[in-house]
Design a protein around this ligand. Structure first.
Ligand code: SF4
Ligand code: SF4
Length: 113
């Protein structure tokens, strides 16, 4: 026990004071899901295939939203999107208190002529 304590004291903490100390990124770090909504057709496949129920689509409002605290970065939505709108970036979302829902609104539809 004494040996373990001494070793821990000499080696320092195993954790980082994130976000004050940036997180280390590995080659395959899955940070968070992002969307390029310009090609989104609001088909809802990303939402249907999300095992965490993290994505909500509101087609009438052209709204795509993700609950960051539900998402486990499994990439299921990315792989299921037929329009390649979704992608993972290696940056983690900043820590938050309470709910963390990001809402992305698509461009207004072209006016009918
Ligand atoms: S699967 Fe892709 S195209 Fe369909 S709603 Fe999701 S992001 Fe949009
Ligand atoms: S990465 Fe996985 S958990 Fe996160 S929104 Fe996509 S399907 Fe859901």
């Amino acid at each position: 026990m004494f040996g373990m304590i001494t070793k821990a004291l000499l080696q320092g903490p195993r954790t980082r004071l994130y976000p004050h100390v940036p997180a280390h990124k590995y080659a395959h770090t899955r940070g968070q899901v992002c969307i390029d909504i310009t090609n989104c057709i609001y088909c809802g496949l990303c939402s249907k295939n999300c095992i965490s129920d993290a994505i909500v689509i509101e087609k009438a409002e052209q709204k795509w939203q993700i609950d960051r605290l539900r998402c486990i970065a499994c990439s299921g939505c990315v792989e299921s999107c037929p329009k390649d709108c979704l992608f993972l970036v290696p940056e983690y979302h900043a820590p938050v208190e309470g709910a963390c829902v990001d809402v992305v609104i698509g461009p207004a539809p072209e006016p009918a002529v």
